[in-house]
Write a protein of this length. Sequence first.
Length: 271
Amino acid sequence: MKLTINHLTHYQYDEEVKFSTQYLRLTPQTSARQQVSEWKLTLPASAVATRDAYGNLMHVLTLDSPHQEIFIHAQGVVEIADNVEESQDNSDEMLSPLVFLRVTPLTEADDLIRSFASRYYREAAPEESLTSLMAELRLKMPYTPGATHVQDSAADAFAKGKGVCQDHTHVFLACCRSLKIPARYVSGYVYSQDTEHVAMHAWAEAWINDRWHSFDITNDTRRLNQHLRLAVGMDYLDACPVRGSRLGGGCEELFSTAEVNLFTQQQQQVQ
């Protein structure tokens, strides 16, 4: 499946921003599961390309002159392989999987989450157990846009019994880490024929039997043949596509649109 991505982020401020820095994890990497044919970032100024501690491609955008808006545009073409896992081993990883046992404020398990996780986990069958846990979590927490906020923790969302992909992933990570299973947050895009479906997405990877396994809790699937991976981290804050800081600006408004479509033969002929 070949996908085209068109993702626009627009920040607007009430007052002039004197200085801002944005950390952009908006560039996918070629791997066994995804082949990046084209990718372009259009930014208001040159950015420094680097890698973060998790091995993600990151651009640091610094604006040191007064501004009241920022436009960030990511677009490209990526081919997704069918039924191919992201990584078969840990040989090309920058960090030990054990790093992903660490708990963060967004993924800390409370008694309710620990009880839920232990109810479905069988040590003799970890992969099957987590697959069942994923399905039960999706039933317990129906996808409900607007029910939570970006700063809500796994415990907050689990108590509410509803949320979005970020919340599902945080709760799943909390469950895994409470069971002493390394697990990490994945940000990216997903293709859906449902025009109401949000193109930006999040899912989890758990380290089982010496390799990473993918779990899309929101869609209750292990088959990620429509998913484009951008970044990984301990939680949303480590892997979110855009994160930054600023001096001045007053109130901020964020407008973001992301479209993921099938690459057509007509597009190829035009190129």
